[in-house]
Design a protein around this ligand. Structure first.
Ligand code: MIC
Ligand code: SF4
Length: 646
C-alpha cells in the first residue's frame, strides 16, 4: 500500500491506523486526535467514560458542548450542564458553555485541524471534513472509549469521488449543492462510503460553503466526507487567526476511487427538500407557491456569518408578512457578535425576526414547534416527521437565500425572483473570544462532580443468553430514522441522562403502545426494511430499547452508527438472508433459536424459527469479530468490566 497513490482519506487513515488493514469492508481501528460530545449525548458518554475507570482523557483535545438542551423549563438541563461542566473539568475536557454556539460550527471555527481525526457523538461531526479533517460521528460509548485513548473501529470504506466542476450561479447556494447530492445519492446511496471532494469546483467554494456540504453528507448514509485543505482553507484559518493550524493536504494525483459522481456547480439552481426526507429534493421552482407559516434560519448546516449576513441583507429594509414567524438562530457567538457589530442584527429585528439563542434550538424541536399541520421552511439538514416537535408539521429544507426571500413573500419562492444577487464578504478577520470555553483542571487538582437529580445511574445488562424465544414487538418499513425510534423535542431531550425515564418514549410517534408491549414481553424483535436507524447518532435509540427488553432487530440493512450502537448495548443486528422472508413475519409471532451464543460466536448464518408461520427465517449477524465479543458479553461496558475483573 505504501507506494500506491492514495486518496486523502486513505492518507489520513494510514497515518492513524492502529488496527487492521485498509481493505474495504474490513474492520479497522484508527487513533482519534480529537473528540466532541454535547449535552444530549455527553451525559451518557461521560457516565460511560467514568465507568471505564479512566482518570483523564488521553486525546489531543476533547470538548463537551452545551448546545442542544438549552431550554430551562425544569431543572433537568441546568442539572445536566452542572454535571457536564464539572465532569469536563475533572476528566480533562474543555466545556463550551451555553451561549457559545453549536458544536459543529464552533469546532470548525476554533478547533478543526486538517489531517486530524475527530470523533463526535453527533452525526453531523462530518462538518469537519470542510477543512480536510477526517471527522466521523459515532455513538457516545464509542466516543467515551476513544476519549480513553483506545482506537475507534469501523469498516474500511470505499472512497467515492465527488468531482465538482464549474461554480455556483447567483442565488444558488452550497445548500443547493448538498440537496442535489442527496437527490442523486438518496438517504442510503452513501452507505459504506467516504465521499471525497475533488475537481476545479472545489476552489470556488469557501470553507463555510464546504461545511454546509460536508455537514449534510451524513444524510446520504456516508461515513463522512472530506475536502482537500487548500488556499481557501488557509484563508479560513487566517480569518479565525489560527494560521498555525493550517496545512495543505490533498489526494495523490493518480489516486484511485471506487466510483465518481460528477456535479457541475454551474448547472445547479435553488433546491428544496420536500417533506419528509432530505433526499426528497427538487428545484424550488417545481414546488413554488407553497404557503408557509414559519421560516427558520440557523442550525449547524446554515448558521455561519455568510449565511446569516446574506439573509439579513435580503431582509434589510423590508418586513415579513404578519402570518409568518421568522426565526433566526446564529451558529456561534462569533457569528452573533459580527451580526450585532455590523448592524445586520438590527436589520433582522426590524424585518420582524425572532432572534433565538445561539444553539441548535428549532432544528430538533427544542422550541419553535410549528402550529399543527403548519409548513416550516428551514435551513436545517433533516425534515423527518416529528423532528420539529409537531408531528403533523411539514418541514421543507432550503438555503438561507430561499428562506429569506420566501419569508418576505409568505410562500416558497425561487430566490432568483428577488433581483440583483447579494454578495457578502467576510470581514478582514473574525472576532475571537474563547472565554466561553472553560479549560480543564490541571492534572492532580481535586474536582467534585455535581450530580443533580437528573442524572440516573447507567443500566447494566446481562450477557447474551443460551437460547432466545421472543415475540416480534414491532414491524416497520424502510429508512426508519432514530427520530422514529426516539423522537426529538424538548421534553424528551431533557431526559437524556435518565434511561428509565426516556425509555417511555421509544417509538412513541410510531406506535404509542410499543413500550407497554415490549415491557410485558420476555425479549422481543423489531422487524424492518433497509437502512434501519438512519439519521442521528443517539445511542439512546439502542440503549433504551435494550433497557425495555428488546433482544435484537432484523432488517435488510442498518445505518452504520446505529448498527454500532446496537452492538454496543448487546442488541443483535440481524440481516435477512432472503429479503422475501420479511413479508412472512407478523407482529406478535414468536421467533426462537437455541444455542444462540454458539451461533453468534461462530459468526456463521443461522435461522430463527417462526412458530406462527411455521417457517425458518435465515439471518446473517451484521457484526465484526470484535463486535461478536461485545454481543456475547451483553454490551461494550459489560465486556470492558469483565476484562477489568479478569
Ligand atoms: C440530530 O441532529 O439529530 C442530533 C440531535 O444532533 C443528533 C444527536 C442526538 O440526538 O443526540 C445527531 O445528529 O447525532
Ligand atoms: Fe444541532 Fe440540528 Fe446540528 Fe443536530 S442537526 S447538531 S440538532 S443544529
Amino acid at each position: 500500500m505504501r507506494d500506491m497513490p492514495l486518496t486523502l482519506t486513505e492518507k489520513i487513515i494510514q497515518a492513524h491506523l492502529a488496527d487492521g488493514e485498509m481493505t474495504p469492508g474490513q474492520e479497522i481501528g484508527i487513533r482519534v486526535d480529537q473528540t466532541l460530545v454535547h449535552d444530549a449525548t455527553g451525559q451518557m458518554a461521560t457516565l460511560q467514560f467514568e465507568a471505564l475507570g479512566k482518570a483523564r482523557v488521553s486525546t489531543k483535545r476533547s470538548v463537551i458542548y452545551a448546545d442542544h438542551n438549552i431550554l430551562q423549563v425544569t431543572s433537568h438541563n441546568a442539572d445536566d450542564h452542572a454535571f457536564l461542566r464539572t465532569a469536563a473539568r475533572k476528566f480533562g475536557l474543555y466545556f463550551s458553555k451555553v451561549g457559545n454556539g453549536i458544536c459543529h460550527q464552533l469546532n470548525l471555527e476554533r478547533f478543526s485541524v486538517p489531517g486530524d481525526t475527530l470523533l463526535g457523538a453527533d452525526s453531523h461531526t462530518t462538518t469537519g471534513g470542510a477543512v480536510g479533517e477526517l471527522a466521523i460521528g459515532a455513538g457516545g460509548l464509542d466516543v467515551a472509549v476513544a476519549m480513553g485513548g483506545a482506537p475507534f473501529y469501523f469498516r474500511m470504506p470505499q472512497i467515492k469521488r465527488i468531482l465538482l466542476t464549474g461554480s455556483l450561479p447567483p442565488w444558488t447556494a452550497a445548500k443547493d449543492a448538498a440537496l442535489e447530492i442527496l437527490r442523486r445519492l438518496s438517504v442510503s446511496g452513501g452507505r459504506g462510503y467516504i465521499l471525497e471532494f475533488q475537481g476545479p469546483g472545489v476552489q470556488e467554494l469557501s470553507v463555510t460553503q464546504r461545511a454546509t456540504i460536508s455537514n449534510m453528507s451524513i444524510e446520504t448514509g456516508a461515513i463522512t466526507s472530506i475536502f482537500p485543505s487548500d488556499e481557501r482553507t488557509r484563508e479560513f484559518f487566517a480569518l479565525q487567526r489560527r494560521e498555525g493550524d493550517y496545512r495543505p493536504l490533498s489526494a495523490d494525483p493518480d489516486a484511485r476511487y471506487e466510483s465518481t459522481l460528477e456535479i457541475d456547480l454551474s448547472s445547479l439552481e435553488p433546491m428544496v427538500a420536500l417533506p419528509h426526507s432530505p433526499d426528497n429534493a427538487r428545484p424550488v421552482r417545481a414546488a413554488q407557491g407553497v404557503k408557509v407559516a414559519q421560516v427558520a434560519i440557523g442550525s449547524c448546516t446554515n448558521s455561519s456569518y455568510q449565511d446569516l449576513m446574506t439573509a439579513a441583507r435580503i431582509l434589510k429594509g423590508r418586513r415579513v408578512p404578519p402570518q409568518i414567524s421568522l426565526i433566526v438562530a446564529p451558529g456561534s457567538r462569533q457569528v452573533f457578535l459580527e451580526l450585532a457589530d455590523s448592524g445586520a442584527l438590527a436589520d433582522l429585528i426590524r424585518a420582524g425576526a425572532r432572534i433565538m439563542e445561539v444553539a441548535c434550538g428549532f432544528c430538533n424541536g427544542v422550541g419553535q414547534a410549528p402550529h399543527s399541520g403548519g409548513v416550516s421552511l428551514r435551513t436545517a439538514n433533516r425534515n423527518f416527521p416529528g423532528r420539529s416537535g409537531t408531528p403533523s408539521a411539514a418541514l421543507y429544507l432550503v438555503s438561507p437565500e430561499t428562506a429569506a426571500v420566501s419569508a418576505l413573500k409568505g410562500e416558497l419562492t425561487d430566490p432568483r425572483e428577488f433581483g440583483a444577487p447579494i454578495v457578502v464578504r467576510a470581514p478582514a478577520a473574525f472576532q475571537v473570544d474563547d472565554s466561553l470555553f472553560l479549560a480543564p483542571a490541571p492534572p492532580g487538582e481535586e474536582t467534585e462532580i455535581i450530580r443533580g437529580p437528573s442524572i440516573a445511574p447507567l443500566p447494566r445488562f446481562a450477557p447474551l443468553p443460551e437460547a432466545l424465544a421472543a415475540p416480534v414487538t414491532l414491524v416497520l418499513g424502510d429508512n426508519v430514522t432514530t427520530d422514529d425510534i426516539l423522537p426529538a423535542g424538548a421534553h424528551i431531550l431533557a431526559l437524556r441522562a435518565n434511561i428509565p425515564a426516556i425509555s417511555r418514549y421509544i417509538f412513541s410517534n410510531v406506535d404509542p403502545d410499543y413500550v407497554e408491549r415490549q415491557k410485558a414481553s420476555a425479549g422481543g424483535f423489531v422487524v424492518a426494511g433497509a437502512n434501519y436507524g438512519q439519521g442521528s447518532s443517539r445511542e439512546h435509540a439502542a440503549l433504551a430499547p435494550r433497557y425495555l427488553g428488546l433482544s435484537g432487530v432484523i432488517a435488510e440493512s442498518f445505518a452504520r452508527i446505529h448498527q454500532a450502537n446496537l452492538c454496543n448495548f448487546g442488541l443483535l443486528p440481524l440481516l435477512f438472508k432472503n429479503p422475501a422472508d420479511r413479508a412472512k413475519i407478523r407482529a406478535g409471532s414468536v421467533l426462537s433459536v437455541d444455542d444462540i451464543r454458539a451461533k453468534v460466536a461462530s459468526g456463521k448464518d443461522f435461522a430463527l424459527h417462526d412458530e406462527s408461520a411455521g417457517a425458518e427465517i435465515a439471518v446473517r449477524l451484521d457484526a465484526s469479530p470484535r463486535q461478536i465479543r461485545v454481543l456475547l458479553a451483553g454490551g461494550l461496558l459489560a465486556l470492558a468490566s469483565s476484562a477489568k475483573d479478569a
